[in-house]
Design a protein around this ligand. Structure first.
Ligand SMILES: [Zn+2]
Length: 583
């Protein structure tokens, strides 16, 4: 890398920067004598050990040991490169960075792209203002209820019809056309170039520093695709940008809350009606980079979804990526009334009512609780498995508070799993153990329990056991002993009733479990044939496991010569059985 930032420039920038301003724009600081304090943004803590010292222009955390100056802070907090951090501070201080210090990155310098995109944005804006040429675009925006003021704030423009508007104005020679292609503004095909955006309302997408990095273009009618975005370029990465973030930061000295919505028009309509803190992802699901930006930009986040099925699906998806990164942040999920989106709702209801909805929206963990407990039907076969599958990945990311405990208790009750098994957060650390636990939990209706339950509810089924092998009796596993006792007992009294059977074990250690497994609602009501098949299936599963366990035990012997002839025979037999089972 050539073109360094000189030490003089660095100290110049630092001299004109107040670290308190830089930090407090991102982390709420409290004055404490000559210094400022906050809960450390770099490690989890409840009492503030992060300090900023104006006299030294440094920050220091007594908890985790991070420290440095304003540049270091931006590098750590905003994930900027050294150069970006210096540029950011220079811009804040109104300084120009001398061209000689331009960093040459690997690959061509992207800065000409910024200029080109800015020029294109200006041309598109100009097209929109030249009313006679663009009545349709103006009509469209008016029809959507946008004022000229908000259109200007978001830099809206219009790409005229035809194939060569930008080509003819900016693509004056081959190098210029090359750059336009790199900027995503021209498409090059078979050696010819033409405009990517044609007859569309243009939404410039700006980065955090307000530079145009790409565009979204919307058709005026019903043609498809409705929205067209710039392709990925050296300066535009869909998964890394949020539409409206720059504008939100311009409109609010300090952002208290970010409202994450779906579309550009939602962001703009909300802004027009005074909700100037909405952002949208660029046609993708929210990414980790998005989340980092969102969390960095405001202490509170509200994710807004349509109230229909698709909205709820989207919310669940968002939840799965948000929750693990959420920590103790204030995050809410807002569902709009069915059939509404933010654009339509804000026009009908206005700012005040919309903000009431925001305030009343569910905190993320309440949403999780409602969703998981409401949508669970304990009488449906496999519902418990589904629930555990759905809930388990989330449970480990929930904070260990009362709501989580309540959720764990309720789920364990509904899915008939011990709370301990579900309480992954407090009991387990490390993903491997969670996987193991999760497999165990999802199989909580084990073959043993299933066989016992069928037997208790239909003792006559015991006679069928003769059709299965009884390798399972060698298995060392909870319940196997009792299953064997039950079968043997029924063999002696084949006419015994379900009630008498349970009576027989009253007062024993197993009684509680048997009582539970005798509950008819535990198993789905299926045909008698089905019950037999299920019972035999459970025994077969156990047989297979028993054979595998036995095979492994024999196989573990250091050398086959240590096996006696009978054992060798047995091992061969086991493997051929196993192969049949796999087939
Ligand atoms: Zn710290």
């Amino acid at each position: 890398m050539s073109g360094r930032i000189s030490p003089e420039l660095k100290s110049d920038v630092l001299e004109r920067t107040d670290i308190v301003e830089v930090v407090s724009a991102r982390v709420p600081l409290k004055k404490a004598g000559a210094i400022y304090k906050a809960c450390c943004p770099f490690h989890d803590e409840k009492t503030p050990s992060f300090t900023v010292t104006p006299s030294r222009q440094t920050y220091h955390c007594f908890g985790c040991g991070v420290h440095g100056n304003a540049i270091d802070f931006l590098i750590a907090y905003d994930h900027l490169s050294f150069r970006e951090a210096v540029e950011e501070l220079a811009q804040r201080a109104g300084m120009e960075i001398p061209v000689s210090t331009e960093l040459t990155r690997s690959g061509p310098d992207p800065s000409p792209l910024y200029d080109l995109l800015e020029q294109a944005a200006a041309l598109y804006r100009h097209q929109l203002r030249r009313h006679p040429q663009s009545p349709r675009a103006v009509d469209y925006l008016k029809r959507r209820g946008l004022t000229g003021e908000v259109a200007a704030a978001f830099g809206l423009g219009y790409a005229p019809p035809g194939w060569s508007f930008l080509l003819s104005t900016l693509g004056v020679n081959a190098p210029a056309r090359d750059q336009l292609v790199r900027a995503g503004l021209l498409i090059q095909q078979d050696g010819k170039c033409y405009d990517r955006f044609r007859d569309r309302v243009m939404f410039p997408i700006r980065d955090r520093r307000g530079r145009v990095i790409g565009f979204g273009g919307r058709v005026l009618g019903d043609e498809s695709p409705k929205y067209l975005n710039s392709p990925e370029t050296a300066v535009f990465h869909k998964g890394r940008e949020l539409y409206g973030l720059y504008e939100a930061q311009q409109a609010n000295h300090r952002l208290e809350c970010l409202l994450v919505v779906e579309g550009y028009m939602d962001v703009i309509a909300l802004a027009q009606f005074g909700i100037t803190y909405a952002v949208a992802t660029l046609g993708t699901a929210v990414t980790d980079v998005n989340l980092e930006q969102i969390f960095r930009s405001a202490p509170e986040t509200v994710f807004c979804f349509d109230g229909d099925r698709a909205g709820h699906d989207a919310a669940w998806k968002t939840l799965l990526s948000v929750r693990p990164r959420a920590g103790n942040r204030e995050i809410r999920f807002l569902f709009l009334p069915q059939g509404e989106d933010p654009d339509t709702l804000i026009r009908q209801e206005g700012k005040e009512k919309f903000e009431t909805l925001i305030r009343k929206s569910a905190p993320i963990d309440e949403y999780i609780y409602d969703n998981l407990t409401r949508n669970f039907d304990r009488n449906r076969l496999g519902a418990g498995d589904l629930l555990v599958e759905k809930a388990l990945p989330l449970l480990k990311s929930l904070p260990p508070n009362n709501l989580t405990r309540k959720l764990i208790l309720e789920l364990s009750d509904k899915a008939d799993i011990s709370p301990l098994q579900l309480d992954v957060h407090n009991q387990l650390a490390g993903s491997r153990r969670i996987t193991l636990r999760s497999q165990y939990a999802t199989q909580r209706m084990t073959p043993v329990r299933l066989a016992i339950a069928r037997l208790l509810q239909q003792p006559g089924i015991a006679a069928q056991a003769r059709k299965a092998a009884d390798d399972w009796r060698t298995l060392d596993r909870p319940g196997v002993g009792i299953l064997a006792q039950l079968l043997d007992f029924i063999a002696d009294c084949p006419e015994i009733s379900s009630g008498a059977l349970i009576e027989r074990w009253r007062g024993s250690e197993a009684a509680v479990h048997l009582q539970k497994l005798a509950d008819p609602s535990l198993l789905p009501a299926i045909s008698e044939d089905g019950q037999v098949a299920e019972f035999l299936g459970a025994l077969e599963t156990l047989n297979k496991e028993a054979r595998e366990a036995e095979g492994e035990r024999l196989y573990r012997r250091t050398s086959p010569s240590q096996l006696d002839e009978e054992e060798k025979q047995r091992l061969r037999g086991l493997f051929s059985v196993a192969r049949e089972d796999d087939a």
